[in-house]
Each structure stands twice: as structure tokens, then as C-alpha cells.
Design a protein around this ligand. Structure first.
Ligand SMILES: [Zn+2]
Length: 175
């Protein structure tokens, strides 16, 4: 199998995801979109598309990987199996499960009820099966402290899932 544009073989050892593990200690919540700098201003990348579009993106990606993608209609797509490492949070991959939510992550794009309902169901199942506490459900922005320069300012590289994500509501719903 070859990438037609880059002519680099898409072999499994090119991917950093896939190593098996016996333990999961955390769940890291992401949004697809995130900030970038253009002409000194911060913009948020698009998250257009459904869960199927994004799981295909991650499954094809030569570096990145993800365990689940949940879109705004509440569709859940599984990528890397839970007992395998996925490359979704630099420095925090070995013991975590990554969930991407289809959202710009800009604090304005809403997280609809259907999406949050499926997320709560997935989180309940994950923490029960792996024997972890819901305090171990964390934001990508909480574990990645990197920054970038933009227009003379220092901007956090990872905001996700961002200020529109209703943490209290989600954690309370898990019980
Ligand atoms: Zn993220």
C-alpha cells in the first residue's frame, strides 16, 4: 500500500501507534480543532466532517492515532484498540485512552447533547473495564503545556477540548 502523493510506503512500523499494553490509567479528551497562528493572529482549524471521516484520517495517518472519535450526531468510531498505545497526546500516550470529539475547540462551537451522551456512555464503560476513577478523565490541554509564539504573544498549543466543554455535566453524569 502506497501513499500516492508522497510515495512513502504506509507500512505498520512507520506508525508510532499500536504497541500493546496491560494497563490504562487515564482518559484524555480532545477536540479535533485547535489553534494555529497566521499573520500574527490565532485561528482555529476546521473540524468539518463526521466521526467516520475523522477515524479514517487517524487510521491513515502515519504518526497520529486515536482510540475513539465521537461526532456531533453521537456516532462513535473506534480506531486503535484500547489495549494498544495510540499517539494522541505527546508524552502521555503509554497509559492513556484518547477520545477525539468533533468540535473546533475554540470555546464557541457547541458540544451537542447527542455527542455528550455517547461520550458519557463510552467513559462509563472505559473506567469500569479498566478500573480507573473518573478523576483520571482529563483534558488534553491539562497534560500538554507547550506554547507557540503568535503576534508577539505566547499561546497555549493545546486548548482542547476547550471552554465550551461542560466538564461538570459530563463528570456528574458518569457517577
Ligand atoms: Zn488534543
Amino acid at each position: 500500500m502506497f501513499c500516492l502523493l508522497c510515495l512513502v510506503p504506509l507500512v505498520s512500523n512507520a506508525k508510532t501507534s499500536g504497541k500493546t499494553r496491560a494497563e490504562v490509567k487515564r482518559v484524555i479528551i480532545h477536540s479535533i480543532g485547535g489553534p494555529y497562528c497566521k499573520n500574527g493572529s490565532v485561528f482555529y482549524s476546521s473540524s468539518a466532517g463526521n466521526a467516520k471521516r475523522w477515524i479514517e484520517f487517524f487510521n491513515r495517518h502515519r504518526v497520529l492515532g486515536i482510540h475513539y472519535v465521537i461526532d456531533k450526531a453521537g456516532r462513535v468510531e473506534a480506531g486503535v484498540p484500547e489495549n494498544q498505545i495510540a499517539n494522541h497526546a505527546k508524552g502521555h500516550n503509554a497509559d492513556s485512552i484518547g477520545i477525539e470529539l468533533v468540535n473546533r475547540g475554540d470555546g464557541k462551537d457547541p458540544y451537542p447533547d447527542k455527542q455528550l451522551g455517547m461520550l458519557v456512555a463510552a467513559l462509563r464503560s472505559i473506567i469500569r473495564r479498566w478500573g480507573i476513577d473518573k478523576s483520571a478523565i482529563v483534558a488534553h490541554s491539562a497534560v500538554d503545556k507547550r506554547t507557540f509564539h503568535c503576534g508577539g504573544r505566547e499561546i497555549k498549543t493545546k486548548h482542547d477540548p476547550g471552554p465550551a466543554f461542560p466538564w461538570d455535566r459530563v463528570l456528574n453524569a458518569i457517577r
